[in-house]
Design a protein around this ligand. Structure first.
Ligand SMILES: N[C@@H](CCC[C@H](N)C(=O)O)C(=O)O
Length: 261
């Protein structure tokens, strides 16, 4: 069977997107894994299906490169909104449903997609580091000389440590550049490698480094794949609402791929 696919990327986090509004796409774990494989397939950090859902503009279904359906993907969500726009779904404000609940999104004049993330309640301290859920589970660790850090091995060590091995966790290393700017590198669960950017990870890192008491409610974030920003309202010490992940999301190429019988 041949499938028409579209390739998108958001700050270098790249995705295969398939329009499944007719509801006839049924891919196995092995098929998704092969499509995401950079030698035997199209190559991507993840795969998404755009589906129909009553009451929403669309539904987002997300799979990691290992072929398994996973939790929320921030950069993926931004790419899917741009894809929906390119497919003729034109809205001033998009309202879609993903595995972690409803999301709003807008496409700005400069092409950036602003994606509203779920509210975050509480950031847990973990031996001097931080653990939180921004739609996906994230570990946030402060790091100096981040450009030179061995993110693959250090991230993998935490991801497969006793407390996290079973469910998995995404591991973000963060270098503070100024009071309102950070540099983030992420080891992603389900890709089991460093990716060029991770949207829910960037969001998690920004919330950990949020200095609202000094009047900032926007953090600029540099990743290996480009620039993002995170906006938020900090409510007391524990809660974040009105969280927006903002950045570019672009079409790369499209084609037909064979997935066997
Ligand atoms: N790249 C993503 C995160 C995708 C999900 C993650 N790998 C997981 O399984 O938790 C993003 O941009 O948020």
């Amino acid at each position: 069977m041949d499938i028409h696919f579209f390739k998108y990327q958001g700050t270098g986090n790249d995705f295969i997107i398939i329009d499944d509004r007719e509801g006839n796409i049924n891919l196995t774990t092995q098929q998704v894994e092969k499509l995401c494989n950079r030698r035997f397939g199209i190559g991507a950090d993840g795969l998404m299906l755009l589906k129909q859902k009553p009451g929403y503009d669309f539904e987002m279904q997300y799979y990691n490169a290992d072929g398994k359906e996973s939790t929320m993907c921030g950069n993926g969500g931004r790419c899917l909104v741009k894809f929906a726009y390119h497919q003729g779904i034109h809205k001033n404000k998009y309202h879609f449903i993903a595995i972690d609940g409803p999301h709003d999104a807008t496409i700005e004049d400069n092409g950036w997609v602003y994606l509203k993330m779920k509210d975050v309640d509480g950031i847990k301290q973990y031996y001097g580091d931080f653990v939180l859920n921004t739609g996906s589970p994230h570990y946030v660790k402060s790091a100096g000389h981040l450009q030179k850090l061995d993110v693959f091995n250090k991230g993998r060590e935490i991801r497969y440590s006793n407390d996290f091995a079973k469910e998995g966790i995404n591991v973000n290393f963060v270098e503070e550049k100024s009071e309102c700017a950070i540099f983030v590198r992420t080891y992603e669960r389900g890709v089991e490698n460093e990716t060029l950017s991770c949207g829910t990870g960037v969001t998690a890192a920004a919330l950990v480094f949020a200095h609202n008491e000094k009047g900032f409610n926007r953090i600029e974030v540099q990743t290996l794949g480009g620039h993002l920003a995170v906006e938020y309202d900090k409510i007391g010490e524990e809660r974040f609402e009105n969280i927006w992940l903002c950045g570019p999301a672009d079409f790369v190429f499209s084609g037909k791929v064979s997935v066997g019988e």
